[in-house]
Write a protein that binds this ligand. Structure first.
Ligand code: ZN
Length: 358
């Protein structure tokens, strides 16, 4: 199931029918022609009393139909239909008394997915899990309609790309999927292919902190359809501009000459310092790393102290920046064409209790 990254118009747009998925899987099975001994048993998932061989690439996983049907609606649906003697050759393929189902997934994806089904400790909620495992489980739980595992995967990736400013600032210590190089692009690709939108605003936000050429270079390499790629690039570029505007309006508004600084100990001095800061901001607003980002990225102490204000103005400016960043985050989804946080969280079922405050 490949989802589109188009702007959200309604809840219904993000749903797909079980019938569709079952039909897709049956078509996939029929398209694969059986041959002899073209697969090897998996070292990771092989139960001798299992009656089903799931074959991905050249690896066979021997499993119990009832166990995977319990988790996956698509398999449940398929196994509920008894095989008839006249079933076509692809569906009738057996090996050592096991029914053979050839899937067009990667062996790695299937391994992680099946281990998550069989081994309760392999894919636990609230436990640090590496991206390849989470991504595999999310892909196949989406494809085979395994809602519990899909939700668990979404909750995990939502700790890496959370939906609030406070959670973003704490993400380096709170995230349950460890970081890796160029991860933003891998998450976008995963989100599009599995139709998970709740992480996209903060992924796009992270991209706005990169030089534009680097961000666009990564987006150009996404393994998604040209239509999805166009939507992603458009949403990102429009959102980047809107985010900059929102930051200048809400976060950096203390640089305006009419900004009120009640309790200032030295109005002339602080006015001059803010004038210098405004001058620097204006000169560097279009840099690869804009000057004003020092106040928008959660490192307030460092950024504000460099201005050289009195203690009272320091406090005023910090409060302004804090509340301004909250406002920027509130409108992040809308800026990137993704609606609002509440809808995104409702559609993707992000479990706030499980992953902590967002
Ligand atoms: Zn002052």
């Amino acid at each position: 199931m490949v989802a589109s990254a188009k702007r959200i118009n309604s809840y219904e747009e993000s749903t797909s029918s079980l019938t569709e998925m079952t039909d897709d899987l049956n078509a996939e099975l029929k398209a694969s022609s059986p041959t002899n001994s073209d697969f090897l048993p998996s070292n990771d998932v092989w139960y001798y009393d299992g009656g089903i061989l799931l074959v991905a690439e050249n690896t066979a996983f021997r499993v119990h139909g009832a166990v995977i049907a319990e988790q996956c609606e698509v398999f449940r649906d398929m196994f509920s239909v008894p095989q008839s003697p006249t079933a076509d050759a692809a569906q009738a393929e057996t090996r050592d008394g096991c029914r053979v189902l050839r899937l067009q997934d990667s062996a790695a994806d299937l391994k992680h997915f099946l281990k998550s089904i069989y081994d309760i400790s392999y894919f636990l909620p609230g436990v640090t899990t590496k991206f390849p495992i989470v991504a595999s489980v999310l892909r196949l739980s989406t494809k085979y309609n395994a809602p519990v595992l899909r939700q668990r995967a979404i909750n995990l990736i939502a700790t890496a790309y959370p939906s609030s400013c406070a959670a973003w600032d704490a993400r380096s210590t709170k995230r349950l999927v460890p970081p890796f190089e160029d991860e933003h692009f891998a998450y976008i690709e995963l989100a599009i292919k599995t139709d998970v939108r709740v992480i996209l605003p903060s992924v796009y936000y992270a991209l706005t902190r990169l030089p534009l050429a680097k961000a666009l270079g990564g987006l150009r390499s996404l393994a998604v359809s040209p239509a999805d790629q166009w939507d992603v690039c458009t949403n990102f570029l429009v959102g980047r501009e809107l985010t900059t505007q929102a930051e200048l309006m809400h976060v950096v508004k203390f640089l305006k000459t009419d900004f009120s600084r009640p309790g200032c100990k030295d109005s002339r001095h602080c006015g001059n310092m803010l004038h210098v800061a405004a001058f620097h901001t204006l000169n560097h607003v279009a840099d690869t790393v804009p000057y004003h980002h020092q106040w928008c990225g959660g490192k307030l102490e460092e950024g504000v102290t460099t201005i050289g204000l009195c203690a009272s103005c320091n406090l005023t400016v910090k409060d302004t920046i804090n509340s301004g960043r909250e406002k920027v985050w509130e409108v992040l989804p809308a800026s990137f064409g993704l609606g609002d946080w509440e809808t995104l969280k409702a559609v993707d079922g992000v479990d706030v209790q499980e992953i902590g405050p967002q």
